[in-house]
Write a protein that binds this ligand. Structure first.
Ligand code: ATP
Ligand code: MG
Length: 378
């Protein structure tokens, strides 16, 4: 089977036998289609997701063959007399890589503070936070990631030390430690910093309850940090991305109070929309009572699998309901993305030529350009 064929939906996948109500009053999301045809599973019986296909990508096989070195990339662009569709596709893919990897993104007019939230677990919050942060930093912007999830996954993926002795966001929230004392530079990527989370943070939800101004402790610390950089003549941080835990507790509330924007990753799977109305309701409450500037600015579709009708239908529904805020770029399901954190890296450095890395570069471009267009509606 060629890589092009891997993206073709089979008859078995086309059949979508049962439909179920989501319970949210949204149009039906079809139940998962029948399993992929034989030959699409690994020897372990898991779906074989190594063939990364997405409408945004060129053929996977070609992607693997194309290198990121500009000279090699330029060489891989076929000559004018080679006008076969395959050669043209290689050319298109190579040009796209050259543009994306060389991109310099426009700086926003002010520091954009985005909370990456969805109380549903495992939808790609952390993956999107770290890869978007890396993509923005690699495109010339200064980015700070605040890891406020006790799991500390964002800290791990950014290669940031976060064992229990390390000063962390827990100290900032509970002990009033200045943020500057806990921020570490990401070892692999210039202009990218992270305030790590340690396991201590697991108790913070409870400890915060009895503290003064419990909902705005992160805001206070972040403002002091940004102002101190300014006072010290250091260059302004362009983006602050806050990676939230999968809950709507006090940690997430602190993130909502600190930000202007909410960035919601939605996994292209069944049940993806469940819980979304609760999330939107909570954002509305925060807006009404604690932070009037908060708004949902961005939705990113993650783990998109071009081989299934389900992914396409979930994506269509989300786009239909939130036409203004869903990014055109979606993130394909990709083995390279899921492998990267175990190497203490983002996919942006682990496999910069992969479809996952390119998709995050595309998402970063849209985020930055929208910010310019809308003045990032501060
Ligand atoms: P939690 O709610 O636990 O914080 P999360 O929303 O932060 O989870 P992630 O940790 O980013 O979700 O992702 C969940 C899992 O899915 C991880 O194992 C991650 O490596 C994997 N994953 C995320 N995005 C992709 C992708 N595009 N392709 C393949 N695997 C992915
Ligand atoms: Mg996470």
């Amino acid at each position: 089977m060629t890589s092009l064929e891997a993206g073709v939906t089979t008859e078995a996948q086309e059949a979508s036998p049962s439909r179920k109500e989501s319970g949210l009053g949204w149009p039906d999301v079809p139940a998962p289609s029948t399993p992929p045809a034989p030959g699409r599973h690994s020897s372990l019986g898991w779906p074989d997701v190594s063939r990364e296909t997405s409408p945004l990508d060129g053929p996977a096989l070609l992607r693997r063959e194309v290198r990121l070195d500009p000279a090699e990339l330029a060489e891989s662009i076929p000559t004018a007399d080679d006008d076969t569709p395959l050669a043209q596709e290689v050319a298109h893919d190579a040009r796209r890589r050259l543009v994306l990897h060389g991109q310099r993104l426009p700086a926003p007019t002010h520091t954009r503070i985005m909370t990456v939230a969805n109380q549903k677990g495992g939808v790609g919050k952390t993956t999107s936070t770290v890869n978007l942060a890396a993509a923005l930093a690699m495109s010339g912007l200064r980015v700070l990631v605040l890891d406020i999830d006790p799991q500390g996954n964002a800290s791990t993926a950014l290669g940031i030390d976060h064992h229990s002795e390390v000063p962390s966001i827990y100290d900032v929230l509970v002990e009033d430690t200045p943020l500057v004392d806990v921020v570490q530079a990401c070892p692999d990527i210039e202009n990218l910093w992270c305030a790590p989370a340690t396991i201590d943070l697991a108790g913070a939800e409870i400890e915060l309850v009895s503290l003064v101004a419990r909902e705005s402790r992160l805001l206070k610390a972040l403002n002091a940090y940004l102002e101190s950089r300014d006072a010290a003549g250091e260059e302004r941080i362009d983006y602050v991305l806050i990676d939230c835990p999968p809950s709507l507790g006090l940690l997430t509330v602190n993130a909502f109070v600190s930000a202007q924007e909410v960035f919601i990753p939605i996994q292209c799977e069944y049940y993806a929309l469940e819980g979304l109305s609760q999330l939107l309701k909570n954002i509305e409450l925060i807006r009404a009572h604690l932070n009037p500037r908060l708004h949902v600015s961005t939705i990113l579709l993650t783990m998109y699998d071009g081989r299934t009708r389900l992914s396409a239908e979930v994506a269509d529904q989300v786009r239909e309901h939130f036409p203004e805020v869903v990014l055109r770029a979606s993130i394909p399901r990709s083995v390279r993305i899921s492998e990267a954190p175990s190497h203490g890296q983002t996919v942006m450095t682990y496999d910069p030529g992969s479809s996952g890395a390119l998709s995050y570069l595309e998402a970063a471009k849209e985020v930055a350009e929208r910010g310019q267009r809308e003045g990032a509606s501060a």
